[in-house]
Design a binder for this molecule. Structure first.
Ligand code: NAD
Length: 384
């Protein structure tokens, strides 16, 4: 039995790293890049820093700022049309996961005919993209800068689907994250936690991703509350930027499992933040798999600093970790489904979507509709 672990692209990391964007784009042969972002990132002054670096290196740019949360395929088609009209030869995605995933999917249309939907609808495929693609995260959450997957919504079908592409460079500057508001810091940080915890418990988990997962969980438990309380704390923001990147590296091969299947159902139906949904789903996801992989759950508990006797059953370990995650969620202010005004019965009705999601097959236990209903009930009832 072999395992596989790959790092999609080189990673440049550190405060101020945005200053090398231009020279790195030039080094990749770019003369004019398509800068993909959403309006909020422009308003936060972050795109200006990218433009400055590109100007200094003599690399031209055109900005597409129409990215929407949980990006729909229409954003990708729009961005690609602009790139074609403006003769862009490379792409810089700058922002949260929504902007990075739009950039990734847009790279498909630099050398392939559109619309992008034809590459997304159906079982996930890899498209051998050619355009230079630099990804600059501004949230410490998705780790999308170091995964090959782009997650794109098809709103008319009420689904989020995936496509895999090449990435040229991940450029991580924690200073770009100082402006992330507290609630988004919390939800995106919990997304990174979910990557680590789910990534190390899928059936594709491997020794390399385990390393990143445990280290990410340790850092997130310690530093996420600090980032929420002290947004300009460079040490804490750097730690979270690293942890989020490690979360991304962790899931690049093992992917994620039922927690994300539940989160996708919540995202598609309630349009609440991806990280929020991942956080809400995670305790129940950990508890249901714990009897199947108790040694892995105990690694997570130890990384969180939770006291263990070493004699716990799998079920007990699951409860300890689920309670520990809920405590962290309360500490950073994650809102419950009830608080947000959602009905329990509506949440339970998502069971068929959770079961049908291919991610549900990647965990160590079978998720049938009865199990999915039980999990959704726990997501609603056990965190209020
Ligand atoms: P997001 O990209 O939707 O951004 C959320 C909000 O944060 C936006 O309003 C944005 O304006 C704001 N924001 C971002 N950076 C900011 C900054 N520095 N200052 C001020 N505001 C800032 O949220 P996200 O959680 O980063 O990404 C979620 C998306 O990523 C989902 O679509 C999810 O499916 C996807 N995702 C992809 C991967 C992957 O590996 N490709 C992994 C996990 C999630």
């Amino acid at each position: 039995m072999f395992t596989e672990f790959s790092v999609p692209a080189p990673i440049v990391f550190g405060c101020g790293a945005i200053s090398v964007l231009g020279e790195r784009a030039k080094g990749l042969g770019c003369k004019k890049v398509l800068l993909i972002c959403e309006k909020g990132i422009e308003d936060a002054g972050i795109v200006e820093k990218a433009k400055k670096s590109l100007d200094e290196a003599g690399v031209g740019y055109v900005v597409y700022n129409g990215v929407l949360a949980d990006p729909p395929d229409s954003c990708v088609d729009e961005a690609a049309a602009l790139a074609k009209e403006q003769n862009a030869d490379g792409i810089v995605g700058i922002g949260g996961g929504s902007s990075l995933d739009t950039a990734k999917a847009t790279s498909i249309l630099f050398t392939n005919p559109g619309p992008v939907r034809q590459y997304i609808q159906g079982p996930p495929i890899f498209v051998d993209t050619k355009a230079p693609l630099i990804l600059v995260p501004t949230t410490a959450g998705t780790g999308s800068e170091s995964t090959t997957v782009a997650v794109i919504s098809l709103p008319d079908l009420n689904v989020k689907w995936s496509v895999f592409v090449n990435v040229s460079l991940a450029l991580i500057d924690p200073e770009l994250m100082f402006s992330v508001p507290k609630s988004i810091t919390a939800t995106t940080g919990m997304d990174a936690f979910a990557h680590a915890a789910e990534g190390m418990t899928t059936i594709l988990a491997n020794p390399h991703s385990d390393l990143f997962a445990a280290a990410a969980i340790e850092k997130i438990t310690k530093y996420l509350p600090v980032c929420c309380d002290e947004p300009d704390n460079a040490e804490a923001r750097s730690a979270m930027a690293l942890a989020a990147n490690w979360g991304g590296l962790c899931i690049n091969n093992p992917i994620v499992h039922v927690g994300h299947a539940i989160a996708d159902a919540l995202s598609c139906n309630f349009h609440t933040a991806h990280g929020q949904n991942c956080a809400l789903a995670l305790p129940a996801a950990m508890a249901v798999i714990a009897p199947a992989v108790p040694e892995r759950i105990s690694v997570i508990a130890k990384a969180m600093g939770l006291p263990l006797t070493g004699k716990e059953t799998g079920e007990e370990l699951g409860k300890i970790v689920a309670d520990g995650i809920r405590e962290l969620m309360r500490k950073v202010g994650i809102k419950s489904l009830k608080e947000m005004g959602f009905e329990r019965e509506k949440v339970l009705s998502f069971a068929p979507e959770v079961t049908a999601n291919h991610l549900s097959t990647l965990g160590p236990v079978k998720i049938d509709e009865a199990t999915a209903t039980k999990l959704l009930a726990e997501v609603y009832d056990d965190y209020q």
